[in-house]
Design a protein around this ligand. Sequence first.
Ligand code: ADP
Length: 463
Amino acid sequence: HQKIAYEPYRKNFYVEVPELAKMTLEEVNVLRLELEGITVKGKGCPKPIKTWVQCGTSMKVLNALKKHSYEKPTPIQTQAIPAIMSGRDLIGIAKTGSGKTIAFLLPMFRHILDQRPLEEGEGPIAVIMTPTRELALQITKECKKFSKSLSLRVVCVYGGTGISEQIAELKRGAEIIVCTPGRMIDMLGANSGLYVLVHYALGTYHPELVDLCVFQVMRIVDNIRPDRQTVMFSATFPRAMEALARRILAKPIEVQVGGRSVVCSDVEQHVIVIEEDKKFLKLLEILGHYQEKGSVIIFVDKQEHADALLKDLMKASYPCMSLHGGIDQYDRDSIINDFKNGACRLMVATSVAARGLDVKQLILVVNYNCPNHYEDYVHRAGRTGRAGNKGYAYTFITEEQVRYAGDIIKALELSGSIVPPDLEGLWATFKDQQKAEGKSIKSSSGFSGKGFKFDETEHALAN
Ligand code: ADP
């Protein structure tokens, strides 16, 4: 590297828009929780962006995003994009399918377009390493959705096919290489004339690098200018990857999605401490209030309860459907369809059956049976209040179910809702009793975080 006169280059492109600048730390914390529970480690991480425009990308990229119906950034994208755009090294952890590719592609394009055009045989400017051919091809495909309109050339370099064609392609010049490290190293050694891989800017590394031999990755990274920008993305972050990260990243920001989610602030939450035999009347009262306004889901804990409640509601002249695991897939699809298109606006369901259900006009969720852990509560309440609409969630809890109260209180607190005094009282009494009996109190999901702070135990949980 000492022998090469690297051209200076710019890393920091990020300009925070006023809308984000005026957000308080507390608001940012709530937003991160709402974005599927983003946690951030490392100093100086920008706030998450809310729209594509806020990331400061070009009109051409914005058009391509629109063309492919990428309406808004996914949680990992909201946080990783501004961090990478601001020039920082980054570790991004988010589950498969969460949009990690675009999270590094957009800043990468911004970076490349800031460089002078490549002369013949020069390049690449960015290297994307992946553990498998399939992933390399997939990333190349995603990249090409944008690169054509930006006049950038992408070459996918992977083993198992002829090497000479790939070398020839590289020699014609390419701004971006997507590669598996094994083949890349072969090419470096094949008298290809490719010595210094990246003259100008950044190396980008994509998922599950831990599967790779660290040595291979290091061989390639050592060919990249030392002041490169480096980012690493993965679905998990095992120890072996930590070691690699320490060697190739400089003062990275660590972004993790899926630590712990929270009920969106557009959902007004009510929790009612009630006796079992009073629930049905209360339900009718609530339905009377909301049913005209939109669709409603009533959650129960078991299939039998779904069918029983369905019968009772029908008797009370409420047309309704039930959705649970005991119904065969074909019928389930048609029930979901009827519910989505508004043909039927009242549904009794179990949590599992309603997982991921996205119905815009859903105004009300009633937890007829109290959810028995934090995630289930958040997931159920999250069926409403979608796409910026207001929603309501009512939860019935009996005194016998007091052991679930801790998680529900936590969910209310984390989303900034008021905890009803009778619920709080019930939980306090329960805690005192447990203490007196010498039992330790743990909410069912083992949640031990406090307020907006993510402590060590919680971080471990998130992994
Ligand atoms: P990961 O790398 O996290 O496994 P991918 O980057 O492959 O996930 O993205 C998964 C899918 O989601 C891809 O089909 C991609 O086109 C799509 N996708 C990515 N970002 C968005 C977005 N913001 N909106 C809608 N779809 C997206």
